[in-house]
Design a protein around this ligand. Structure first.
Ligand code: NAD
Length: 500
């Protein structure tokens, strides 16, 4: 039985009317399991209008009452964790444990958003000038939009709407059209938790719906996560239409392996970070820089066995470590990068291009691929591949590794594996990258610290979640007040100062 994924507008499931649909696949089997209704301009606008109508009363709801709903939502997310993980695995293909973990990382942000009343506290200074007090308050922006990628159907949506809503905004979420079911389920759970109609709306769609969100005068702010090309378009278009924008883009994350690293532990960490979720993570390690020839030789040997042993298959099976890619087209794209790497002269140590699953012949599987002797000018190194392909570069020293990392156009995450505090400190200080791991391959910050890369991995200035998000989803108002006494102050034509 196939299904059609609807919109969720004004507190209700709304079936798409545009006759514009896209098939949904189970990537593990290659079967079409449903379709998603893609919004036309009117449907996208209807979601904006629902959010606009709900804004005044939601903004006026005390922050403590708003967060009561988030507490209940948090509880429901825990209750429905397995169901959400199953939805993710079915449409995305990642393993159930990985899917579960991604929802838990999203839940951490909901828990952070439950601290809304504290996070929204303003500041107060009394007697800044004679008898004058100043205070500041954080006020919501209005209708905010979130546009999310396919690789984390729950987590990235949870980076956005809980905080926007805790701040008093209303929201329109436009999930990826490749795995859209989870977003509707999240909206339903928010309503079960008591969210008023129209505060959170989900509009399914493609660039037609995105275009409406980026240009509509009633959208105040746009949060985007996706590829760099689209992030840049989103940033420029939304900013040109007067909106606040944060747009996260693609990545090429390096791990530096120092000669003093524990190579066994580092190899375990890198295999998980490079091939977990079939490399479809913006924080996946896709480039290793081994410092010294001997480190490189030993490390490649350790990686080789682990990559050859990867258990590939349907993410529902508990023994599987790496699922399929999201679509057949994406698998072809990743394969074409492997062809390119061979043509560019890198040494393909493990070739996963001809991998065939023994029973699931039509699934979108690709074997793990490992390149050695990759050079900094090669396109397989400079561009994001977003698949199970790891490039190993060989550097003579940490300084050269840092030069390559800092010259790279992307700047999302990076890691160093070492036992030297000095090398680690030097690396953390010098790397021109937004998020740094020390003996940790995927340094995704916890919910109280904001997420965000540098360079082509991020357009904007305030990151996702953490206090950055409180700043992004509110604007600061400053109030100066004087309560006149019976004593007349008289007319003063000079600028007010605090000096007597
Ligand atoms: P994508 O850019 O293709 O799509 C992201 C969203 O933009 C989707 O909702 C899609 O419908 C919409 N979209 C696609 N093309 C569009 C266009 N031309 N105009 C307007 N909207 C458009 O990204 P994806 O393939 O879904 O996700 C993978 C990418 O996301 C990778 O590049 C990955 O690195 C990146 N990503 C980045 C982060 C981060 O935090 N930096 C996190 C996760 C994923």
């Amino acid at each position: 039985m196939t299904y059609t994924v609807p919109h969720f507008i004004q507190g209700k499931i709304v079936q798409g009317r545009s006759n514009h649909t896209q098939p949904l696949y189970n990537p593990a089997t290659g079967e079409i399991i449903g379709q998603v209704a893609l919004a036309d301009k009117q449907e996208a606008t209807a979601a904006i209008f629902a959010a606009k109508a709900a804004f005044p009363s939601w903004a006026a709801t005390p922050a403590t009452q708003r967060t009561q709903i988030l507490f209940k939502f948090n509880h429901l997310l825990h209750q429905h964790l397995d169901e959400l993980a199953e939805l993710i695995t079915r449409e995305h293909g990642k393993t159930l444990t990985d899917a579960r973990g991604s929802v838990l990382r999203g839940i951490e942000v909901v828990e952070f958003a439950c601290g809304g009343p504290n996070l929204l506290k303003g500041a107060f200074s009394d007697n800044v000038s004679k008898g004058i007090d100043t205070y500041s308050m954080r006020q919501p922006l209005g209708v905010c939009a979130g546009i999310t990628p396919f690789n984390f159907p729950a987590m990235i949506a949870l980076w956005m709407f809980p905080l926007a809503i805790a701040c008093g905004n209303t929201f329109v979420l436009k999930p990826s059209e490749k795995d859209p079911s989870c977003s509707v389920r999240l909206a339903q759970l928010m309503h079960e938790a008591g969210l008023p109609d129209g505060v959170l709306n989900v509009v399914q769609g493609d660039k037609i719906a995105v275009e409406v969100l980026l240009t509509h005068p009633d959208i105040a702010a746009v949060s985007f996560v996706g590829s760099t090309n689209v992030a840049e378009i989103v940033y420029k278009t939304a900013a040109a239409h007067g909106k606040r924008v944060q747009a996260m883009g693609g990545a090429k994350n390096h791990a530096v392996i120092m000669p003093d690293a524990d190579l066994e532990q580092a190899a375990d960490a890198i295999v998980g970070a490079a091939y977990g979720s079939a490399g479809e993570r913006c924080m996946a390690i896709s480039a290793v820089v081994a410092v010294g020839e001997s480190t490189a030789n030993h490390f490649i040997n350790k990686l080789k066995n682990r990559v050859l042993d990867l258990k590939i298959g349907d993410g529902h099976s508990p023994e599987v470590e790496m699922g399929p890619l999201i679509t057949a087209e994406h698998r072809e794209r990743v394969k074409s990068y492997v062809d390119l790497g061979v043509n560019e002269g890198a040494k393909l140590v493990i070739d996963g291009r001809d991998y065939q699953h023994p029973t699931l012949k039509n699934g979108f599987y690709l074997g793990g691929c490992l390149f050695d002797h990759v050079a900094p000018h090669m396109r397989i190194y400079r561009e994001e591949i977003f698949g199970p392909v790891l490039c190993v570069l060989r550097a003579p020293d940490l300084e050269t590794a840092l030069q390559w990392i800092n010259a790279h156009p992307f700047g999302n995450g990076t890691a160093i594996f070492t036992q030297s505090g000095h090398s680690a400190r030097e690396f953390a200080t010098q790397a021109q990258i937004g998020m740094v791991g020390i003996n940790l391959p995927i340094p995704v910050p916890s919910a109280a610290h904001s997420f965000g890369g540098w360079k082509l991995s991020f357009f904007g200035d305030t990151g996702m979640y953490g206090t950055d998000a409180i700043h992004f989803y509110t604007r600061l108002k400053k109030v100066l007040e004087r309560w006149p006494s019976a004593v007349k102050v008289g007319v003063d034509f000079n600028i007010p100062t605090a000096r007597a």
